[in-house]
Design a protein around this ligand. Structure first.
Ligand SMILES: Nc1ncnc2c1ncn2[C@@H]1O[C@H](COP(=O)(O)OP(=O)(O)OP(=O)(O)O)[C@@H](O)[C@H]1O
Ligand SMILES: [Mg+2]
Length: 302
């Protein structure tokens, strides 16, 4: 099998637990992401999702294990990886506009000041920030506005890999829907690869090609990779009509509600570190007729 675009190999993270001991957040986490894939990761609070993302971004070093992008080991941040952090992390002394132009200038040193600014404004407008508001500093913006600046900043740089940590968490449902649509438009037009953390199951089904499911920590692991067997383009209103929608949704709910706890703390079996692939497809006629014999259809409520 050829190596995936992004390869996470035996990643282990231990932290001091604050009481003189050691907390193993996750151990031997191993998975791959193909070029152009949109992958979401779901797991309970504290299982280590942001820690994984910080390592993928090159902003934190794991205790052991490696991350490779395009065959090269990730070390330190790069303009090829755009990040929307859970806490936005804007530069507080710069306006919303300058927070975006800052990265664009670095990425496109040959562009004129006017071109950089126009590009940045286009991305800010895409997330609904136009007019005087772009001259405000982060402390003068609402939480949702800050989050939108952070999204514009990451998207404007056209990174090969977009790392999004609950990027829509602070947004109202309407704004969230609009920006999800923009994200899909950008992603489908550019061949970028997206790795996104979310707590919203419906958002994950709408956006992802695949959803990774993490067990609870400590010793959390990526236990399953659930394929979203719903064709694109997907629309928020029509997707729920698809025969696979509720089957996939129930599987995810069941994992997060029950199995993530049952599997918690189990050290991974060293022979198979990769997550199990789960493919639920009720449109596969053979699988529906012969659920016993078809290896492609896994029971939804096991
Ligand atoms: N620098 C650190 N030092 C010590 N412990 C840490 C550090 N960073 C994270 N942790 C611990 O690692 C665990 C995972 O944290 P992380 O932020 O990755 O969780 P998460 O899955 O992103 O959770 P949430 O969904 O709440 O954002 C937590 O128990 C946290 O307390
Ligand atoms: Mg987090």
């Amino acid at each position: 099998m050829s190596k995936p675009f992004l390869s996470i190999e035996r990643l282990t993270q231990k932290f001091p637990d604050g009481q003189g001991g050691t907390l193993t957040v996750f151990e031997n986490a191993t998975f791959g992401i193909e070029k152009g894939e949109f992958v979401c990761i779901l797991g309970h609070s504290g299982c280590g999702k942001s820690t994984i993302m910080n390592i993928l971004a090159g902003l934190a070093e794991p205790t052991s294990g490696v991350v490779k992008m395009d065959g090269y080991e990730v070390s330190g941040p790069s303009l090829d990886r755009g990040v929307v952090f859970q806490n936005y992390s804007l530069l507080p002394w710069l306006s919303a506009l300058k927070n975006v132009t800052f990265g664009v200038k670095a990425r496109e040193p040959g562009w004129s000041k006017a071109k950089v600014e126009e590009h940045a404004r286009q991305y800010l407008a895409m997330v609904g920030l136009e007019g005087d508001v772009v001259y405000r500093k982060p402390s003068q913006l609402s939480g949702g506005m800050r989050q939108r600046v952070s999204i514009a900043r990451a998207f404007a740089n056209h990174p090969k890999l977009l790392l999004l940590d609950e990027p829509f968490g602070a947004l109202d449902a309407l704004t969230r829907g609009t920006i999800q649509d923009e994200l899909l438009k950008i992603w489908s037009g550019t061949g970028q690869t997206v790795f996104m953390i979310t707590h919203d199951i419906d958002e994950a089904i709408l956006l992802a090609d695949r959803i990774l499911l993490m067990t609870n920590g400590p010793f959390a692991r990526v236990a399953e990779s659930v394929e979203i067997t719903i064709p694109r383009p997907r629309s928020r209103t029509e997707i729920v009509e698809h025969p696979n929608y509720y089957a996939i949704r129930n599987h995810l709910v069941q994992f997060l509600g029950q199995r993530s706890k049952e599997l918690a703390g189990q050290k991974s079996d060293s022979t198979e570190l990769r997550p199990d692939t789960v493919r639920i497809d009720h449109t596969d006629a053979e699988a529906v007729e012969n659920p016993e014999t078809s290896p492609r259809l896994r029971a939804v409520n096991e």
